[in-house]
Design a protein around this ligand. Structure first.
Ligand SMILES: Nc1ncnc2c1ncn2[C@@H]1O[C@H](COP(=O)(O)OP(=O)(O)OP(=O)(O)O)[C@@H](O)[C@H]1O
Length: 358
């Protein structure tokens, strides 16, 4: 089927009756996911991420709207036809969902057994999958003997057994330590590139999104509140929640602890002469790698104290964030930074130590 891994969600709605009344888990959600894309859905607990993911294979049937996968409207299919289409959509889970008594090989073979494939064909499919996920030497082990990362590799191999076009990942790395998370994400990226698989993953960790997603949707109360390339959402978030999540990746700088009661987020006024201003500068665009700090000091003769700085690569593009304390011609500094198309935000102001002492 051409375009088998493309997903179109059209005006999905889903309500649940919870203990405190009706909850709108999906509120008019429309979304196109391209074949071969790694798409992330992020948001707080209860935002509707799982409901959205599970709507893609109709494990959760929406009350309203259409789910079109590879050009086929799943919501219009008979139970039998839906079962068939679902084979094209694999799924992996936070808690792996492996069968404890079955060996690694037999766990991966299970969907093929259920589909009635002959033993020889099952072997011919499972063996290369175990190699793909790096578990060829564990085929005879039971899951209890494996680490969390290895269990998730079994889950991935099992999800791939039916040769799906789409892989849904439901918090697949949430139970893993950061290093194992990284290795699983690397594996998913590898699978995406080698097999051209579309991957839709939900997570509450922006670090996961940053690592592998091409695009990301941010959800809140059943709605998509921000949608864009991972780079754009991380570096230029528009919605307050997206901003908060993106900022969560930056090292925390407690300005009120650093400067005590001299720090204020209120705009600078005449009552605070001689103070300094704290700026957050983001380095993207054509001047992302220009020596801006030295330039500022030279041009405007300001005092500039670097409080924190990070440089990151998102989807292979450099992105830096620096927090600085500027004493002197702040207005001119702000105008200059903006003219360079750098992001700049005033985080607050610090009264001069001298005035406090008086
Ligand atoms: N089967 C259900 N019955 C009743 N309410 C449900 C059911 N499934 C989900 N909900 C509610 O729908 C809303 C969205 O839930 P959902 O699990 O999709 O959110 P989520 O973003 O995946 O959250 P989490 O990260 O905690 O898994 C929540 O308010 C949840 O309590």
């Amino acid at each position: 089927m051409a375009n088998g891994g493309a997903i179109q969600l059209e005006a999905l709605g889903k309500r649940f009756l919870g203990p405190s009344g009706e909850v709108s888990a999906l509120d008019d959600v429309s979304l196109d996911i391209a074949e071969g894309e790694i798409f992330g859905v992020i948001g707080r607990s209860g935002a509707g991420k799982s409901t959205l993911l599970r709507a893609i294979n109709l494990l959760e049937r929406p009350d309203r709207g259409r789910v079109i996968v590879g050009g086929t409207d799943l919501t219009a299919l008979s139970a039998e036809a839906l079962r068939h289409e679902r084979r094209g959509i694999g799924m992996i889970f936070q808690h792996f969902n492996l069968l404890a008594r079955r060996s690694v090989f037999d766990n991966v073979a299970l969907p093929l057994e259920l589909a009635g494939l002959p033993k020889s064909e099952i072997r011919a499919r499972v063996t290369p999958l175990l190699e793909l996920v790096g578990l060829a030497d564990k085929a005879g082990q039971v899951p209890a003997k494996l680490s969390g990362g290895q269990k998730q590799r079994v889950g991935i191999a099992r999800a791939l057994a039916a040769e799906p076009k789409i892989l849904l990942s439901d918090e697949a790395t949430s139970a893993l330590d950061p290093q194992t998370t990284r290795s699983i994400l690397t594996l998913l990226k590898d699978i995406n590139q080698r097999l051209g698989l579309t991957i839709v993953l939900i997570t509450h960790e922006m670090s996961v999104v940053r690592e592998i997603c091409d695009r990301v949707a941010v959800m809140e109360q059943g709605r998509i509140v921000e949608l864009g390339s991972t780079f754009d959402v991380l570096t230029r978030p528009a919605h307050p929640l997206a901003r908060e999540i993106a900022r969560g990746l930056e090292p925390e700088l407690k300005l009120d602890q650093l400067f005590g009661e001299r720090f204020s987020t209120l705009p600078v006024t005449q009552s605070m002469p001689g103070g300094s201003t704290i700026l957050r500068i983001t380095f993207t665009g054509p001047n992302a790698e220009a020596p801006v700090i030295a330039d500022l000091v030279r041009r405007f003769n300001v005092d500039l104290n670097i409080l924190s700085g990070t440089i990151d690569y998102i989807q292979g593009r450099p992105y830096g964030v620096m927090k600085v304390e500027v004493t002197g011609a702040v207005e001119a500094v702000l105008a200059y930074l903006k003219s360079l198309e750098l992001g700049v935000e005033v985080l607050g102001h610090v009264r001069s130590a001298l005035r406090t002492a008086l």
